[in-house]
Design a protein around this ligand. Structure first.
Ligand code: AMP
Ligand code: ZN
Length: 114
């Protein structure tokens, strides 16, 4: 989609620190990390948020979570535990309208979030 930051990163038109990528999803480091490991995992295809992606009814949401799991293993946080967050809509703090999983780990986290 034109003028979408994360479509640009997926296409390689906008620079990012890519962690890993495959034909359907891309993982890259968040520019403003909130934890020692803070990786964003996105589908290459544009969907506005996780609700839209889920409603599309395809396997891509599973691919996204599977890729997040792979990154967690590679980053060495899988056993200690991690958080996968999908901010959805303005009140949740979503600022980029291309669905992205925040993979957060490497430190203890409190619940509920602020
Ligand atoms: P959200 O607030 O859930 O929409 O998350 C958007 C995330 O994208 C934020 O954590 C930002 O720090 C991150 N972000 C914005 N621009 C970039 C970029 N060019 N490269 C990497 N991460 C970015
Ligand atoms: Zn997009």
């Amino acid at each position: 989609m034109a003028d979408c930051l994360f479509c640009g990163i997926a296409a390689g038109d906008i620079p990012a620190t890519i962690v890993s990528a495959n034909s359907r999803t891309v993982a890259f480091r968040d520019i403003n990390p909130q934890a020692p490991v803070h990786v964003l995992v996105i589908p290459r295809a544009h969907h506005a948020n996780v609700a839209e992606l889920g409603a599309a009814g395809e396997a891509l949401l599973c691919d996204l979570v599977a890729h997040a799991r792979e990154v967690a293993v590679a980053e060495g946080i899988a056993d200690a535990g991690y958080r996968i967050v999908f901010n959805t809509g303005p009140e949740a703090g979503q600022t980029v309208d291309h669905v992205h999983a925040h993979l957060l780990g490497g430190r203890p986290m409190s619940w509920p979030p602020g």
